[in-house]
Design a protein around this ligand. Structure first.
Ligand code: LFR
Length: 469
């Protein structure tokens, strides 16, 4: 994505897109990280001369380097099952309540902490000199410089959100060697420059240096930076493969109630805290589509959404936060089984499955927005939906209806925009606080507004919520 920035205006252009296809070898699901890196090089070539480069990706996953700086094996995918049972193993050393008090991180089976617990005793971890999170690994290959970007580091479950630094309280008893991580870097920090060989490979033949700027390298941190909010009375939902729903705070909330509600305190740009909950998101639908396609049906998404809009609302709903839906494959069968277990009718047609997924997501969005307000005492009067799901009109309308609040939808490319905003400010092309960067977004981008309706009525959403409980 190429961003073009001038004071008060911001534009984004997609210049290259490449697939990200996980590969299973020896029973383990991996990222094809070299293919991703090649995609990055192709993207740089398509972009042409640029003033700065910034990288963000999904969180928690990492590559290990040996003492020569070579990659030791393909990074393992967070949807792999190697972390099964690791929460219990870690809990024997550090009880969940203590872990939460120290890190404020929600329980997700794939937090880096549990991945490192699963990797314990492997030859690969024993041989490792350094650990680089995915965006930091790509940045290392481009620049030769190594660092650990803070917003993404906060998803490892090894960071104390009060000090915004590593937590020895967690690492030491679990035998995790924090010297594996290169020094922390903050969004806006300089991150080196493209190596001459890389410039040549990317077709950047001029004499100009191309700096890499550290950004909110966790995609969700960049997406939240690009929430076009006008004041602080907002909740956000970054929807795509995941729905990340919550609030922006200036200090973490580490209470036992918060832990029980499984809210996370990930770190955001400019000293903020992303207080949110992970919801399975459009992954549920993406996986249904993949299953139907493998069975030879190819229902077009637009037509499916039109049919879903006409389907009976709230006929069957599932808990869209349930880790049961984390792994790939057979999603329609798993959704149907969950409906059956809850004593609800099983969806039969692709349109009914789609409606079930979207109703369930809207309900989970509502629950997260309600819970976040209750747990923090911070009230909101608008819900911002950013990320790919902002293009899904039915999901936006159902979320407005379920929450009983107006929804402002867009930008869909929030992660890329948040990434560009931080780079532009570091380069001096934009100035000011996060609030003023958001002002630039509002004046530059079209946003869609959804008012809550009462079909189905609020009471039907409450009844569905009660049914799920
Ligand atoms: C979204 C995201 C989420 C994180 C999940 C796994 O792309 O980064 O924030 O929980 O992926 O890394």
């Amino acid at each position: 994505m190429v961003g073009r920035v001038a004071p008060g205006s911001l534009g984004l252009q997609e210049v290259h897109r490449f697939p990200n296809r996980p590969v299973r070898t020896g029973g383990t699901l991996h990222w094809d990280v070299l293919a991703l890196y090649q995609g990055v090089l192709d993207g740089l070539r398509a972009a042409g001369p640029v003033a700065s480069v910034g990288i963000d990706s999904w969180a928690v996953d990492y590559g290990l380097l040996d003492t020569d700086g070579a990659l030791l094996g393909n990074p393992v995918h967070y949807r792999d099952t190697r972390t099964e049972g690791m929460a219990d193993a870690v809990g024997e050393v550090l009880p969940a309540a203590e872990l939460y008090a120290a890190t404020g991180l929600q329980y997700l089976p794939f937090n880096t902490l549990y991945q490192l617990a699963a990797a314990r005793g492997t030859a690969q971890l024993a041989a490792a000199d350094q650990l680089l999170l995915i965006p930091d690994l790509l940045a290392y290959w481009l620049t030769g410089e190594r660092g650990t970007e803070l917003t993404n580091a906060s998803t490892t479950q090894l960071i104390d959100p009060r000090t915004r630094d590593w937590s020895r309280t967690v690492a030491d008893p679990l035998g995790i060697d924090l010297s594996l991580f290169p020094p922390l870097r903050l969004p806006g920090d300089p991150g080196g420059e493209l190596l001459p060989g890389i410039r040549a490979e990317a077709g950047l033949t001029g004499p100009e240096r191309v700096p890499l700027t550290v950004v909110g390298s966790h995609d969700t941190a960049s997406a939240v930076a690009a929430v076009p909010a006008a004041d602080d009375r907002f909740a956000y939902i970054a929807t795509g493969t995941w729905s990340l729903a919550g609030l922006e705070l200036d200090a973490p909330v580490l209470t036992e109630d918060s832990r029980r509600a499984n809210f996370t305190n990930e770190l955001g740009v400019d000293g903020t805290v992303r207080y949110l909950r992970n919801i399975m998101g459009l992954w549920l639908l993406q996986e249904c589509l993949r299953t139907w396609e493998s069975e030879g049906h190819r229902p077009g998404l637009d037509e499916l959404l039109r049919q879903a809009a006409r389907s009976t609302p709230l006929r069957s709903v599932v808990d869209a936060g349930d880790p049961e839906f984390l792994a790939p494959d057979c999603m329609p069968a798993r959704l149907a089984a969950a409906c059956r277990r809850g004593g609800q009718p099983e969806p039969r047609t692709p349109a009914e499955f789609t409606r079930c997924v979207l109703d369930s997501l809207a309900l989970a969005h509502r629950q997260a927005v309600e819970d976040a307000q209750r747990l923090t005492g911070h009230e909101v009067d608008t819900v911002h939906i950013v990320g790919g799901g902002a293009r899904n009109e039915l999901l936006c309308q159902l979320t407005a209806d379920a929450c009983g609040l107006p929804v402002v939808a867009g930008p869909a490319e929030a992660a890329a925009l948040g990434n560009v905003l931080v780079q532009a400010r570091a380069a001096g092309a934009l100035r000011g606080s996060l609030a003023s960067l958001r002002g630039t977004l509002r004046s530059s981008l079209p946003l869609r507004h959804y008012a809550p309706t009462s079909t189905p009525p609020r009471s039907a959403w409450s009844a569905a919520q009660a049914r799920l409980r």
